[in-house]
Ligand binder design. Structure first.
Ligand code: S3P
Length: 166
């Protein structure tokens, strides 16, 4: 029960809402990797991508992952690209139980199509890009300890499933 709970999955899979719900239920602190990166840089994720580039962002992301995985008993709410670095996933799996919140590209697109804060999807064909990234990343997400169905609009199902597994 002292192990960290780690949430991974594509943008818009519901990680942050589910992390908040778990935090309230379990009375455990939830940390959001993107918010920690923004706090460290004093800039938004969009700004970091635009001005410093994705490679810089990924290095920061890894640094923050290293920091939070030295802690115990927390909920770690990861950005969707955390799986792109093998060493991130290794750290997360060593120091926590990793849950992949899996929703289909179509469901995800409906959820996030009107949002503007995700730099990777600010492109002329966001659905096409989303589907490509999704296919590339799915095998990485599926290295999680558990795969949780997150297609439903309600977070109650995924929250209950995670609570059963820990
Ligand atoms: C990213 C996902 C975002 C954020 C950044 C990159 C990705 O987090 O880290 O825009 O590569 O999938 P969310 O999954 O919380 O949107």
């Amino acid at each position: 029960m002292n192990k960290n709970i780690v949430l991974i999955g594509f943008m818009g899979s519901g990680k942050s809402m589910i992390a908040e719900a778990l935090s309230a239920r379990l009375k455990r602190e939830s940390v959001n990797i993107d918010r920690l990166i923004e706090a460290r840089e004093g800039q938004s994720i969009a700004w970091i991508f635009e001005k410093k580039g994705e490679v810089y962002f990924r290095a920061l992301e890894h640094d923050v992952i290293k920091g939070v995985t030295s802690r115990r008993g927390i909920i770690i709410d990861c950005g969707g690209g955390v799986v792109l670095r093998d060493k991130n996933l290794k750290l997360l799996k060593t120091h926590g139980i990793v849950f992949h919140l899996q929703a289909s590209p179509e469901v995800i697109f409906e959820r996030i199509k009107s949002e503007r804060h995700r730099p990777l999807l600010q492109v002329p064909d966001p659905l096409g890009t989303l589907k490509l990234l999704y296919q590339e990343r799915l095998p990485l997400y599926n290295q999680a300890d558990y795969i949780i169905d997150a297609n439903d609009a309600s977070i109650e199902g995924p929250v209950a499933e995670i609570l059963k597994k820990i």
